[in-house]
Design a protein. Structure first.
Length: 530
C-alpha cells in the first residue's frame, strides 16, 4: 500500500492483530506452564502421601526382631510366607509396581521379602543404582526429611520410591520397607491437563482477541486510516481551493482530539501557505533588487584593466569580493592630471545594503574632492566634514588615500584608520609601511589628518587592502594575519599585478578552506615602472 509516496509495508490493523495473537500465545503458554507446575506439585504431594502411607503401614506390620534371624538363617518358614502374602495383597490393593523389604548396606541392598517372588529373594543382594546408597543409608538412619526418590525402570518407565524404617524391640532401625509406584500416569495427566488448558485458554483468548480487534479497528485503526487519507490529500485540496477538513471523528477520546487537531492544522496550514507565498514573493522582489544593486555597485568600481592603456609608467589592478550581495568596501583610481594618479581604498562599517549606500556616497565624495588637486590630508578632512553633516546612523569609513607623482615616484598619502599599506622596493621583499593612523572618517567633524610621503623607485610595488584580508578566518577560528599576507606577496614578488592579487586570494582560500566569508575582501596593487 502506498500513501503520499510512502510505502506502508504493514497496516496498523495487521500489527494490532499480530500483537494480539502473539500476546495470546504467550499468555496461554505461561498459564499452561504455571498450571502444569502447580498440578505436578499437587500430584507429587498426593503420591508422596500415598507412598509413605503404604510404606509406613507395611513397616508397622513387620517384626524388626525377626529381620536378623532371616538374614542369618536365609531360611523361609510359614510366617515368612504369610508376610510375603501380606505384601502381595498390599501391593495389589494400592496398585504398586514393587513392594519389598531390604536392608541397606555399604554398596548394596540385601532383600528379605518381595511381593511377587517367593523365598528366592531372601538374602538376594543387589547393587545400588547411582545415588541409592546415600539415600537408603540416610533413610535407615532416619536422617533429614523424607522425600520420594524417582528413577527410570526399563519396563515401567518413571517410578517413585517411598521408604520407611522398620524398628526392632530396642528401637533401632534394622531394615526399610520400600514401596515403588509408577508416576507415568501423572505425566500423562499433566500432558492432558496442559493440552486442555491450552485449548481452553486459546478459545477464551481468541474470543477476546476478536472482540478487542473489532473494537480497536472501529475506534482506532479506521479513524487513523481516514486521517491518513485526508492528510495525504491535504496539499491537493489546498491547491484546488477546496474547503478545509471538517470530518470530525466523534469517539470522545484521543482520536477525536487528533481529528480536531488535524482540522486546526488544516486551517493553520492554509494561513501559513498564504503567508509563505507572500514572503516568497517579497524575497524574490528583494533578491531581484539586490541583484540589481550588486550590478550597480560592481559597475561603480573601475573594472577595465589596464585602466589607462596609453600610460606605461605603472601597472595597476584591483578586486573587490563582497561577503554578501553588496559590500561596504570600495577602491578607486583616477588621473588627477597628467602627472598625478589618485589611489583610494576604503572600508565602510557594517554590511549589506546600508553599507553599500554609504560606500557609494563616500566614494563620490573622495573622488570629487580629490580632483581639486589638494593634498590628501585636506581631501580626507573635507570628506569627513561632509559625512558628519548628515550621519544620523553614526556610520563611518576607513580610508587610505594616496597620490602618486608619476614623474618622480613620490607618493603623498593619508591614512584614516585603515590597514597598513605594503610596499616592495625594487629587488626587495614586501614590507609594511607603519604609517600614522588618523581617526576614521565620519566619527567627528573638524578632525585634522596627517600627510606622509614615501618614494617608489622603478620596479617598486604598492599593495593596499581592507581588513577582510588579514582577518579572514579559518574553520579553527584562526586569523590569516599579517605574516601570511607578506608570505603570499613574496611568493612571486615580480609577478604582474593581476597575478599578485590572485596569489594572495589563493593563499586566503587555502587557509580558510570551507569556512564562510564574513567580511568583504578588497585589494589594489600598483607597480611603478618609472
Amino acid at each position: 500500500m502506498e500513501n503520499n509516496g510512502f510505502v506502508i509495508k504493514k497496516s496498523l490493523g495487521k500489527k494490532y492483530l499480530l500483537s494480539l495473537v502473539m500476546s495470546t500465545v504467550f499468555l496461554a503458554v505461561c498459564i499452561s506452564i504455571v498450571v502444569s507446575v502447580l498440578f505436578q506439585r499437587r500430584i507429587m504431594e498426593r503420591y508422596e502421601y500415598v507412598g509413605f502411607s503404604v510404606s509406613d503401614y507395611v513397616a508397622s506390620m513387620m517384626d524388626g526382631d525377626e529381620i536378623s534371624m532371616y538374614l542369618s538363617s536365609r531360611q523361609a518358614d510359614d510366617e515368612y510366607e504369610a508376610m510375603r502374602e501380606f505384601l502381595y495383597n498390599t501391593r495389589e490393593k494400592f496398585g504398586l509396581i514393587y513392594l519389598y523389604i531390604a536392608v541397606p548396606g555399604e554398596d548394596h541392598l540385601t532383600y528379605l521379602w518381595e511381593a511377587t517372588s517367593g523365598s528366592e529373594m531372601l538374602g538376594f543382594e543387589d547393587q545400588y543404582s547411582p545415588g541409592g546408597e546415600e539415600w537408603s543409608l540416610k533413610m535407615l538412619a532416619n536422617q533429614g526429611d523424607r522425600q520420594l526418590r524417582t528413577f527410570i525402570d526399563p519396563q515401567y518407565g518413571i517410578l517413585a520410591t517411598a521408604a520407611s524404617p522398620i524398628y526392632d524391640s530396642s528401637g533401632k532401625a534394622v531394615a526399610l520397607a520400600y514401596a515403588d509406584f509408577s508416576i507415568m500416569d501423572m505425566a500423562k495427566g499433566i500432558i492432558s491437563m496442559i493440552i486442555g488448558t491450552i485449548v481452553f485458554i486459546f478459545g477464551i483468548m481468541a474470543l477476546f482477541t476478536a472482540i478487542f480487534y473489532m473494537n480497536a479497528k472501529k475506534s482506532i485503526v479506521d479513524p487513523i486510516r481516514n486521517l491518513t487519507v485526508a492528510a495525504s490529500d491535504l496539499t491537493n485540496r489546498i491547491d484546488k481551493g477546496d474547503d478545509p477538513y471538517v470530518n470530525i471523528i466523534h469517539t470522545g477520546d484521543e482520536i477525536e482530539a487528533l481529528s480536531r487537531a488535524f482540522e486546526s492544522m488544516d486551517g493553520q496550514l492554509r494561513g501559513y501557505i498564504a503567508e509563505n507565498s507572500r514572503i516568497v514573493a517579497e524575497k524574490e522582489r528583494i533578491g531581484a533588487e539586490l541583484s540589481l544593486a550588486t550590478d550597480i555597485q560592481a559597475d561603480s568600481l573601475p573594472s577595465i584593466f589596464p585602466p589607462f592603456p596609453d600610460r606605461h609608467e605603472f601597472d595597476l589592478y584591483a578586486t573587490m569580493d563582497p561577503a554578501k550581495e553588496v559590500g561596504g568596501d570600495f577602491y578607486d583610481f583616477f588621473m588627477i592630471d597628467e602627472d598625478h594618479l589618485g589611489l583610494v581604498i576604503a572600508d565602510v562599517s557594517g554590511k549589506g545594503v546600508p553599507a553599500a549606500l554609504f560606500m557609494m556616497v563616500s566614494m563620490v565624495l573622495v573622488h570629487s574632492n580629490a580632483m581639486s588637486g589638494d593634498a590628501p590630508n585636506n581631501v580626507v578632512s573635507r570628506v569627513n566634514d561632509h559625512i558628519c553633516e548628515n550621519n544620523a546612523n553614526s556610520m563611518f569609513v576607513t580610508i587610505w588615500f594616496g597620490v602618486l607623482e608619476i614623474s618622480t615616484g613620490r607618493v603623498h598619502a593619508t591614512n584614516a584608520g585603515h590597514e597598513y599599506p605594503v610596499i616592495r622596493h625594487a629587488n626587495g621583499e614586501f614590507e609594511y609601511i607603519r604609517d600614522t593612523h588618523g581617526l576614521v572618517v565620519g566619527a567627528m567633524d573638524g578632525i585634522p589628518y596627517e600627510e606622509y610621503e614615501f618614494t617608489m623607485e622603478p620596479g617598486s610595488t604598492l599593495f593596499v587592502y581592507t581588513d577582510g584580508v588579514p582577518e579572514a578566518t579559518s574553520e579553527d577560528q584562526e586569523l590569516f594575519g599579517e605574516e601570511r599576507l607578506l608570505a603570499a606577496l613574496n611568493k612571486e614578488p615580480d609577478a604582474d599585478m593581476k597575478e599578485l592579487l590572485s596569489n594572495v586570494r589563493e593563499s586566503i582560500d587555502d587557509f580558510v578552506k570551507d569556512a564562510p566569508q564574513f567580511d568583504d575582501i578588497t585589494m589594489l596593487g600598483l607597480k611603478y615602472k618609472g
